[in-house]
Design a protein around this ligand. Structure first.
Ligand code: NAD
Ligand code: UFG
Length: 335
């Protein structure tokens, strides 16, 4: 299949490209490299031993996107491109609405113009808002608590409306839980700019000696040990979910959301313990105030993806930590 991947140089996109190439798909990657490096594209080719077509383009650029659709016989799109930092989205909301919502609308218009109506969209568990009634099921009411989350919710709504207007569209809304880990080769991984916001890259940088200690945001939550509980999912398992979602689009299923998570929750202290075991390094930490906007517990009910997509996570928390550590150790100065 000939697939356009927006944001394919990024963390989840690059891992998904490798899995798609392993199954002999032809890829056209569009990325403006605002949060990634060209090196990731080289490494996708290195791991897979296959060629990809790369366009250093912004999805907001209608002229260039039109040419890309004209030059390539695209059959489906996987849309990763977007901005993803929750805190930053509160400081520069207009940039987030422009890049995520306007960028997505322009992409969908381009798809419509070129009659490409198969789409896999990167949504997020953030669309369940402050809901603490775990596990999260696809049919739960949706809400958002910050501009980033609202962009994901808006794009989901736009896609539901688009499908209602034209049933030829086939759309999967993949709600990722907490993607972590890296490619087992140590060649691809998460490459955050500056000080990481998320737990696993922060712990990795403490382990490698770049950061002094982890700050645990609260130990007074109503959870097993008082620290926040999340559903961590290995990025390679997540990448494979995209292949299953694409297969389903070919069969035709309408516009469907799927939770991509393991169905298990792990606390911050459990993640630290697993990382220490995987890396043989001590992770110093201190307990600080809760982070604004965090919920106590989030984990998926993945049964819809398990049955309808025939997809299930395979990798354990220990493997996620081992691969994160391997990536960090081999790339101490990032890509
Ligand atoms: P990432 O930042 O590593 O990848 C996004 C890629 O999109 C980057 O390479 C960036 O340069 C590119 N990009 C951004 N704006 C663009 C534009 N206008 N035109 C072209 N390229 C553009 O992020 P990621 O972690 O790989 O996330 C991928 C998607 O999954 C995002 O939409 C994100 O919101 C969503 N998501 C991520 C997580 C997570 O925890 N990582 C969780 C849920 C959902
Ligand atoms: N945490 C710390 N210290 C840190 C970083 C995180 O204690 O330095 C804790 C958080 O309080 C939380 C857990 O570790 O309990 C996980 O935090 P992350 O920042 O790694 O992940 P979140 O669940 O807060 O958010 C992630 C993505 C969001 C997405 C959300 C739901 O960053 O974009 O999952 O998919 F919306």
């Amino acid at each position: 299949m000939k697939i356009l991947i927006t944001g394919g140089a990024g963390y989840i996109g690059s891992h998904t490209c490798v899995e798609l190439l392993n199954k002999n798909n032809e890829l056209i990657i569009v990325d403006n490299l605002s949060n990634s490096k060209y090196e990731a594209i080289k490494r996708i080719k290195q791991i897979s031993g296959k060629e990809v077509k790369f366009y250093h383009t912004d999805i907001l650029n209608e002229i260039e996107m039109d040419i890309i659709f004209q030059e390539n016989n695209i059959e489906a799109v996987i849309h990763f491109a977007g901005s993803k930092a929750v805190g930053e989205s509160c400081q520069i909301p207009l940039e987030y609405y422009k890049n995520n919502v306007t960028g997505s609308i322009k992409l969908f218009q381009m798809m419509q113009k070129h009659n490409v109506k198969k789409l896999v969209f990167s949504s997020s568990a953030t669309v369940y808002g402050l809901n603490d009634n775990v596990p999260f099921k696809e049919e739960f009411p949706l809400s958002a608590t910050n501009p980033y989350g609202r962009t994901k919710l808006m794009i989901e709504e736009i896609l539901r409306d688009l499908y209602s207007s034209d049933n030829f569209w086939q759309i999967s809304l993949l709600r990722y839980f907490n993607p972590v880990g890296a490619h087992p080769s140590g060649l691809l991984g998460e490459d955050p700019q500056g000080i990481p916001n998320n737990l696993m890259p922060f712990i990795s940088q403490v382990a490698v000696g770049k950061l002094e200690k982890l700050r645990i945001f609260g130990n007074d939550y109503p959870t097993k040990d008082g620290t926040g509980v999340r559903d961590y999912i290995h990025v390679v398992d997540l990448a494979k979910g995209h292949l299953k979602a694409l297969e389903k689009l070919r069969e035709g299923h309408g516009c469907q959301p799927y939770n991509l998570g393991s169905g298990e929750g792990n606390s911050v202290l459990e993640v630290i313990q697993a990382f220490e075991e995987a890396s043989n390094k001590k992770i110093p930490y201190e307990i600080v105030e809760r982070r604004a906007g965090d919920i106590a517990t989030s984990f998926a009910d993945p049964s819809k993806a398990n049955s309808k997509l025939e997809w299930k996570t395979k990798k354990t928390l220990l493997e996620m930590c081992a691969d994160s550590w391997n990536w960090q150790r081999k790339n101490p100065k990032r890509y």
